[in-house]
Design a binder for this molecule. Structure first.
Ligand code: AMP
Length: 380
């Protein structure tokens, strides 16, 4: 079905064309009409499936007819697990919101940043994208009111629960008007997510999109056997030798993210680290420079392995393996998204060999292994 058959405003269709979206993704085909019809939706879908657009567009449409709300009374609440996702989802609301005739104001609020500008900015906001903790702080300060909320979105609900937001979420649910539309998106339908589904959603339309595993076929995967002390030279060799321009490198700790980025810079390769110990400003700056191709290498902890969308990212390097196979799939899923091909490279030290076998088994795919002994890493 083309976008034009989904009941969207012509200027949204034009905006989709401008974004080079040729046809709706499966989740969009199903969720957009359901949300326009004010149905509750349970979407089991990962990042990369196009789920953000699948709720952003119909929510913007449903807000076209609303009257001006009282000050600080939001209409739509989108709960997300991380600041990065809050910012990203808000950007999608703004991208498409600005082409519609009725001005819709959206805003992202999240912890780790000063609360005052967020309190001031909430004036006249229709759509609020929030992390749970900061939202409750704003409620306690009387900076935002819930009585006019007609739509609740839980984005990456499983991640929110995993991060320990259950109490905050339940407190928020109790404050919401009873009559409302509920949209729940989660990568997996765990017992906890299903409990929320049963408590919050009424007769939902259930949409299940096959996990990122399918995307894995788009990603060419390679792994190098390499002793720990040779990982740095190997990384620099690959970047320089293959002239890699936009590389996302994952490490397993803050310390090693900083260390890898430092060494790259010392070797003349522009790199920044992004992790939980960096200020919000530094994180946003590094991420946006990387997204726009102004920074060659971003070295990250798993903080950003989920939810962050970087268009056409060609290379992901696992400098250190993640603990869980699921996280491995999320990490390499940062490439090969939106139907574009990418390459994922993993560094396997002797101590990782067994663990990497487990990962491959879980993924259902065997990765070509190369021994770095055969590479001339002198001078890197
Ligand atoms: P999401 O799953 O919402 O994180 O979206 C994943 C990526 O797919 C984002 O880069 C979107 O801009 C892109 N995208 C979403 N829908 C479409 C579409 N119909 N055609 C092409 N790209 C899309």
């Amino acid at each position: 079905m083309p976008f034009s058959a989904l009941g969207l405003h012509p200027s949204l269709i034009q905006a989709l064309v401008d974004q080079n979206y040729e046809h709706p993704y499966p989740i969009q085909n199903e969720a957009i009409p359901a949300i326009l019809n004010k149905k509750d939706v349970l979407g089991i879908a990962q990042t990369g499936s196009g789920k953000t657009v699948s709720f952003v567009l119909p929510i913007l449409m449903n807000l076209q007819g609303i009257a001006d709300s009282k000050s600080r009374h939001i209409n739509v609440l989108v709960l997300v697990p991380t600041r990065e996702l809050a910012i990203q989802v808000n950007e999608v609301f703004q991208l498409f919101g600005r082409v519609l005739p009725r001005r819709i104001k959206s805003m992202a609020v999240y912890g780790g940043a000063s609360i005052n500008p967020q309190m001031m900015g909430l004036q006249g906001v229709n759509i609020l994208v929030a992390t749970p903790g900061r939202l409750l702080e704003l409620v306690e300060s009387n900076a935002v009111h819930f009585s006019e909320i007609h739509t609740l979105v839980l984005d990456e609900a499983d991640k929110m629960l995993n991060l320990g937001f259950t109490d905050e979420m339940n407190r928020i649910f109790e404050l919401l008007p009873k009559k409302r539309q509920n949209l729940l998106f989660s990568a997996t339908l765990s017992n906890e997510v299903d409990t929320i589904n049963r408590v919050l959603l009424h007769d939902p339309i259930t949409i299940k999109i096959e996990p990122e595993k399918d995307n894995i076929d788009l990603i060419s995967q390679l792994a190098y056997f390499v002793p720990d002390e040779k990982k740095g030279p190997l990384l620099r060799y690959l970047i320089k030798h293959n002239n890699q321009k936009q590389v996302l490198v994952f490490t397993s700790s803050v310390y090693s993210a900083d260390n890898v980025a430092d060494k790259l810079r010392k070797n003349g390769i522009e790199a920044l680290a992004i992790h939980s110990k960096k200020s919000q400003g530094a994180r946003m700056d590094a991420l946006s420079r990387f997204k726009f191709g102004e920074l060659r290498v971003l070295v990250a902890t798993d903080l950003i392995s989920r939810g962050i969308d970087i268009k056409f990212l060609p290379y992901v390097v696992n400098y250190e393996l993640p603990r869980s196979p699921k996280e491995y799939i999320h990490r390499i899923g940062r490439t090969g998204r939106a139907e574009s091909a990418g390459e994922a490279i993993s560094f396997i030290a002797p101590a990782d060999e067994h663990h990497f076998k487990v990962i491959q088994k879980k993924m259902g795919k065997w990765v070509t292994m190369i021994d770095s002994v055969g590479l001339d890493l002198q001078g890197y």
